[in-house]
Design a protein around this ligand. Structure first.
Ligand code: AMP
Ligand code: MG
Ligand code: ZN
Length: 322
């Protein structure tokens, strides 16, 4: 399904990239210790299917061109609804049903989680999603729902390439822009107005990337980090353990769904989570810290330097007019 439309960007490589990034976050932050095996499984499957059968055109294009899919989903989260529906249809096939050993209740829980997570990858929910989470984190005792937390993690991973090394970020950007430009060519042929970033002759690439990083990616990563710090603070000794791989969790929690009752290794190392005051200064790109948040509990934020470096390179290119 990911190869059907031969998209430069929205193909199986993007799905694998997002799944790998989600896996990295689950392991490196220790978030997996907050989750049941079923929730981890749902998150990884959601990442894998989140753009399934992407048409290489945006929701806006579906709506403006009155596509069959837009008609089916009444212009709301058109692509995201399709990704979920088409993927679950594949899972109905006996040869593909990786869910067949789940109980009815487990299946219902997993399906609800996946639907919530993939629908939340629709960029039109971006600002509301961030605002809701920010507001929640200002409460004295924030109670972050699993589905909301995992949706934000998946959304952040989906837009995470600017938070990685320049070579990767540049490559993904060029692939996405080529996909956008092909949509622009279609829009021109159909007499439709160009969607943003879709006119191959009038798109300021460097400027658009600086805007995307500053207004979308940086705030998303900052809120997600704040959220992770709130979630992980109460289970810090578990999250800090040096066996932060999903395979080690599989061994230690195979009979146990409750993160609070996991076996904690005696000598826990602080590889994944840094609790030092020195780390405070690296959170300058983060949002205001809620007063109730336990101080001195910080996760590593390796993306901050990448975002800054990538922005710097785009700025240099903008100056040169490249
Ligand atoms: P998805 O289409 O599910 O991968 O959702 C991610 C969305 O983020 C894309 O559709 C774009 O709208 C946006 N996006 C990702 N990378 C960039 C980029 N380099 N420049 C502008 N928008 C981007
Ligand atoms: Mg998508
Ligand atoms: Zn995606």
């Amino acid at each position: 399904g990911y190869c059907r439309f031969r998209n430069p960007y929205h193909n199986n490589l993007h799905a694998a990239d997002v799944a790998q990034t989600v896996h990295h976050v689950l392991c490196q932050t220790g978030l997996m210790h907050w989750l049941t095996d079923l929730e981890i499984f749902a998150t990884l499957v959601a990442a894998l299917i989140h753009d399934y059968e992407h048409t290489g055109t945006t929701n806006n294009f579906h709506v403006m061109s009155g596509s069959d899919t837009a008609m089916l989903y009444n212009d709301r989260a058109v692509l995201e609804n399709h990704h979920i529906s088409a993927a679950f249809r594949v899972l109905k096939d006996d040869d593909c049903n990786i869910l067949q050993n789940l109980s009815r209740d487990e299946y219902r829980e997993l399906r609800t989680l996946i639907i919530d997570m993939v629908l939340a990858t629709d960029m039109s929910f971006h600002f509301q999603q961030l605002k809701n989470m920010k507001n929640l984190l200002t409460l004295a005792e924030p109670n972050v729902e699993k589905s909301k937390a995992l949706s934000l993690v998946l959304h952040c991973c989906d837009i995470s390439h600017p938070a990685k090394k320049w070579d990767l970020h540049h490559k993904w950007t060029m692939l996405l822009l080529e996909e956008f430009f092909r949509q622009g060519d279609l829009e021109r042929d159909l007499g439709l107005p160009f969607s943003p970033l879709c006119d191959r002759n009038n798109t300021l690439v460097a400027e658009s990337q600086i805007g995307f990083i500053e207004f979308i990616v940086e705030p998303s990563m900052a809120v997600c980090a704040d959220m992770l710090e709130v979630i992980l603070a109460p289970i810090a000794p578990i999250a800090n353990n040096n066996n932060n791989s999903l395979s080690s969790k599989a061994i230690s929690s195979s009979t146990n769904d409750d993160a609070n009752t996991l076996n904690v290794p005696e000598e826990a190392s602080c590889e994944a989570i840094v609790c030092e005051a020195a780390e405070e200064k690296s959170s300058s790109a983060g949002t205001e810290k809620p007063t109730s948040m336990p101080t001195r509990f910080k996760i590593k934020k390796p993306w901050i330097t990448c975002l800054a470096e990538n922005k710097k390179i785009w700025k240099e290119q903008a100056v040169k007019g490249e």
